[in-house]
Design a binder for this molecule. Structure first.
Ligand code: BES
Ligand code: ZN
Ligand code: ZN
Length: 483
């Protein structure tokens, strides 16, 4: 889909259809801006089609960025049925900032996302062009530079998020650790400032990444440690992302019940998000150095499987009692976080579909933010909110820390109580964070929004691309702060 800013008046632009935004007339809060929009006798449920005049009236509940995304997604869903090639619309939407234009593009591109690879009948949309008129409305004119920047940013963010969704939605038969390595190398080939190194099981053994290797043992697919790197010429900070890349999580010998195993192809969402992030960072040319460390493996069963009762010696030297082989993500992350700290990051963020407890506690749409640095967490929270992703901070406390004590090793991979599972998992990871990085580290549990089995908001069934927008937005925020 192509977005075009036109200097022509809306009426003189040639397009197959016109989009007319209608604000909820009951919305008194936004009374001031009300007359930016043509108010018609609008009674439809979010959209009203005027075939004769080739207009689609679409509800814009408020001028918030989230409502712009929802409204444009809704518009796309209605337009795609019409077999048209182009649409036109006014430019005065929301507060006309970079963010409002980014939201416009995001809404459209999220509306257009489909994972129909395995459907015999594919519904391909003909809509290719969105023309936005730069015409003044009620004396208000947009800032062209901001509009262009916003549209570009929105397209990059939405495409990167959709790229992540494609990886997560792909089936486990196809999407093995080797396939993830292949995709990472392809990403490096397509983006000139990204490089990629892929390490095999021999390297993992040499690096003493025994926790990671244990998880992989019963899988017929070898593991891969994938290291992606982006470096701008004028880079201001070094950021390292670590992603849980479980291409399938059966639970291992502590086997998951069938109902819980389903959707575990999505256990690679943390790694997939990191790939989307570095893609966006490179396309946005951010003045940063970004690394992504992806731990790619399956968690399977077999005679060779690691067992509850085993003790693993991790790369950091911390010994781990395995009490449940389904708490495998933290084992892979422990070794990957160790590797990541050797890169001397200014900021270290791990992303993982780590616990069912996080989904129980926060619901399916919200990610948990954890760490030791409250200021950093608060800053990340505020920035994630603006990005359109839902998050909440889950605070550590010393009493929960007690629950991961082990009688025979330094730490247990499973808490002794079922309460507070998202936080005890975060506290387990904290055991692998060195003193000097405690305050530079954030853990994001994306188990909920990474994969939802229904359409919600502007996200469609399946992968949600969780992590991409919030992290890239945070990086943009960090750069603004430096300036
Ligand atoms: N991949 C799962 C967590 C998960 C559950 C993600 C549901 C998305 C949706 C993780 O590896 C896991 O199984 N965690 C266990 C930990 C427990 C054994 C301590 C869990 O949450 O039940
Ligand atoms: Zn598991
Ligand atoms: Zn898992």
């Amino acid at each position: 889909m192509q977005f075009e800013l036109s200097n022509k008046k809306l009426n003189s632009i040639k397009a197959d259809f016109e989009l007319v935004f209608v604000q909820n007339k009951n919305l008194k809060k936004f009374d001031k801006e009300k007359d930016f929009f043509k108010l018609n006798n609008f009674q439809g449920e979010g959209a009203l089609l005027d075939i004769n005049n080739r207009k689609l009236f679409i509800e814009l509940k408020s001028l918030s960025y989230e409502d712009i995304r929802l409204s444009l997604c809704n518009a796309y869903k209605n337009l795609e049925k019409l077999n048209i090639k182009s649409i036109k619309m006014p430019s005065i939407i929301g507060d006309c900032t970079v963010r409002s234009f980014a939201s416009l593009a995001e809404g459209m591109l999220f509306g257009a996302y489909k994972f129909d690879k395995y459907k015999s009948e594919k519904k391909t949309s003909t809509l290719k062009k969105v023309i936005i008129s730069n015409e003044e409305i009620n004396g208000k004119k947009i800032n062209l530079d901001e509009a262009k920047l916003g549209l570009k940013r929105g397209q990059i963010l939405a495409n990167a998020t959709n790229f992540t969704k494609d990886i997560v939605n792909e089936i486990p038969e196809i999407y093995t650790p080797l396939k993830m390595a292949e995709d990472a190398q392809k990403l490096a080939k397509e983006n000139k400032n990204i490089t990629c190194k892929v390490y095999d099981e021999k390297f993992l053994a040499k690096e003493k990444m025994n926790a990671f290797l244990a998880v992989n043992r019963a899988s017929v697919h070898p593991p891969r440690l994938i290291h992606l790197n982006y470096k701008a010429k004028n880079s201001k900070k070094r950021i390292v992302f670590v992603g849980k890349g479980l291409t399938y999580d059966s639970g291992g010998l502590s086997l998951k019940p069938s109902d819980f195993m389903l959707t575990m192809k999505a256990d690679k969402s943390g790694a997939a998000a990191a790939m989307g992030i570095i893609k966006a960072v490179s396309e946005l040319n951010l003045n940063l150095e970004v690394h992504c460390i992806l731990g790619a493996t399956e968690n399977m069963i077999g005679g060779n499987a690691y067992k509850p009762d085993d003790v693993l010696i991790s790369r950091e030297g911390v010994t781990i009692e395995v009490r449940n082989t389904d708490a495998e993500g933290r084992l892979v992350l422990a070794d990957c976080l160790s590797y990541a700290q050797d890169l001397k990051p200014d900021l270290l963020i791990d992303m993982a579909t780590l616990t069912g407890a996080c989904v129980v506690g926060l619901g399916e749409y919200t990610s948990g933010i954890m760490g030791n640095n409250e200021e950093l967490q608060n800053e990340f929270y505020l920035s994630s909110k603006k990005s359109g992703e839902y998050t909440t901070i889950l605070h550590f406390n010393p009493h929960l820390k007690e629950l991961i004590k082990s009688n025979i090793a330094d730490v247990s991979n499973t808490a002794s109580s079922r309460y507070g599972g998202a936080i005890t998992a975060g506290l387990f990871l904290d055991r692998f964070i060195r003193k000097e990085y405690k305050d530079k580290w954030l853990h994001l549990d994306i188990a909920g929004p990474a994969y939802v089995e229904k359409n919600w908001g502007y996200s469609s069934f399946g992968a949600g691309g969780a992590g991409v927008r919030m992290c890239v937005n945070f990086l943009i925020h960090l750069l603004k702060k430096i300036k």
